[in-house]
Design a protein around this ligand. Sequence first.
Ligand SMILES: C[S@@+](CC[C@H](N)C(=O)[O-])C[C@H]1O[C@@H](n2cnc3c(N)ncnc32)[C@H](O)[C@@H]1O
Length: 360
Amino acid sequence: MSDLTDLLRRRIALEGPITIADYMTDALGHPEFGYYFRQDPFGVKGDFVTAPEISQMFGELIGLWCAATWQQIGNPTPFKLVELGPGRGTLMADALRAGRGIPGFLDAADINLVETSPTLQARQRETLAAHKVTWHAGFDSLPDGPAIFLANEFFDALPIHQLVRRDGVWHERMISQSGDSFTFVLEKSQSKLAGLLAPHLNDAPDNSIAEISPASIAVANGIGRHIHDFGGAALFIDYGYRVSHPGDTLQAVRQHAFVDVLDTPGSADITAHVDFSAMARTVDGIAAVHGPVDQGAWLKRLGIVHRRDALTKSADDTQSRDIESAYHRLTDENEMGSLFKVMALTQHGCPAPAGFEDDH
Ligand SMILES: C[S@@+](CC[C@H](N)C(=O)[O-])C[C@H]1O[C@@H](n2cnc3c(N)ncnc32)[C@H](O)[C@@H]1O
């Protein structure tokens, strides 16, 4: 039994069943036993691999996207370049290297990272040692001013609630314990969160599960308001869906394999698919929403094929094979190409940013 298992069991014994959001919050973010606080989970030897860790092409294209977007919003100098949940800092390092080619961009960028985990902050400090960086434990302490926000696989780590439809009423799915195990139970009364669901979900058949992430909605809303008040843009990349629909997407991954979400909290990464339409709804009227578009199509519009070919020119055979395989992993439909989506926010009146030109 992990220390966190023990702690959660005592909490449930005292308070009764807890929400999935409470469970996720502790499993990922408990300051002593939380998953992201205990280790660096990335890479082949870790639990999962993210796009920036697959290839430098990903972060480089995002760096060029930031520079082009910065020019579209009128080269504000200085501006905040903010990344939420930066992992090992790889995306930001690649983005800054690519952004060097755009006159004035790097000098204007005031780099801010939002990261709760001291373990990962230390890792980011190493990766970004050549740059001046300010860290924030939360979104609220970010300074005012024009900003470009980046979030890759950040929203999927924010807590969700699950509601189950029974006889036309949504009840919250909670976590209790039975013997030595955690178990799902249903709250008897109607969930107050039901009002936050997209209205068409009320047509879902009995026993459907709907997911809602007030934490994600709050962050997206905060970013939208920041862009509205000070100017700027945001880029959200994550696995998820375009339109809210019923389904259970809660999952736990340990050493590159799916495991039981309720098994040994704190020892596996727990995520849920991101509902892009819920985030778009919350910024409606505050900022302009672009996309979401599939990651594969978006990277191709940004010129990943040219970047792949340029890298391959100076590569040996093994490196060329790695570059080709990374290209396919990032863009193929049966890999990350269509499961992962890209959505942008901009201040109103700004032209569609790169890669979103044909999306309205
Ligand atoms: C799946 S990782 C993604 C890392 C990185 N963006 C990448 O693509 O490699 C999630 C990141 O979000 C951070 N994180 C999770 N919850 C957070 C929160 N509530 N506030 C700030 N950072 C958080 C984690 O510590 C980690 O850096």
